[in-house]
Write a protein that binds this ligand. Structure first.
Ligand code: C5P
Length: 213
């Protein structure tokens, strides 16, 4: 079974996907990390993330063992990810890895949960369950602000909100695999939900799906 979780930054999709995977004993892939790792590899190599050749070379050389790097959770990595993610060749180079994970989850897991922007639309269009997790941009910016401040970063709410809007625009506006709600996805708005409530809602969606099949 494949569960596709898509949605914008700080919508709560990562927390939800991880919790679902733990609860169901499914394998979990945070596909944002792949793009973040490519973006950071380009920067570390001294190139600009807009440099398509450098980004493609980094995507082809991506070593899944580097996905645990703590630097990948920084805002610099997030921005670089959204720049390299707009390059069609980079997306194509990361496709097989993601599909292979979904169809052959590691360690014989009975299923896989993947989260990202285009899982339900492009990577796994046949996923049995698709959830598009969202929240208002203000709520998402506030969540990101708290996350950054608790990590000791001194940031202004206005700057975080502006960055969030920019990232949304780039992710929804790109020509290839833009962030979009799959026709058969269920939309889950977490603006007024705790992580626990979002998990309960997702499990309800799953139960509803399996009743239908
Ligand atoms: O989900 P996360 O915030 O880690 O993703 C970072 C960036 O990577 C996103 O803003 C997006 O541009 C890109 N991304 C993507 N497709 C995915 C996952 C992430 O384009 N499936």
């Amino acid at each position: 079974m494949i569960i596709a979780i898509d949605g914008p930054a700080a919508s709560g999709k990562g927390t939800l996907a991880r919790r679902l995977a733990t609860q169901l004993r499914f394998a979990y892939l945070d596909t944002g990390k792949l793009y973040r790792a490519v973006g950071m590899a380009v920067i570390k190599g001294g190139a600009d993330p807009h440099d398509a050749q450098a980004a493609l070379a980094a995507a082809r050389a991506l070593d899944p063992a580097t996905l645990g790097d703590r630097l990948l959770s920084t805002d610099t990595a997030g921005k670089a990810a959204s720049v390299v993610g707009a390059i069609p060749e980079v997306r194509a180079a990361l496709l097989d890895l993601q599909r292979d994970f979904a169809t052959h989850p590691p360690q014989g897991a009975p299923g896989a949960v993947l989260d990202g922007r285009d899982i339900g639309t492009v990577v796994c269009p046949d996923a049995e369950v698709k959830i598009f997790v969202t929240a208002s941009v203000e709520v998402r910016a506030h969540r990101r602000l708290q996350e950054l401040r608790s990590g000791g970063h001194d940031v202004k709410e206005d700057d975080v909100l502006r960055d969030m809007r920019e990232r949304d625009a780039r992710d929804s506006g790109r020509a290839v695999a833009p962030m979009a709600i799959a026709a058969d996805a269920v939309v889950l708005d977490t603006s007024r939900m705790t992580a626990e409530q979002a998990l309960t809602a997702a499990l309800d969606i799953l139960a509803h799906k399996s009743q239908k099949t």
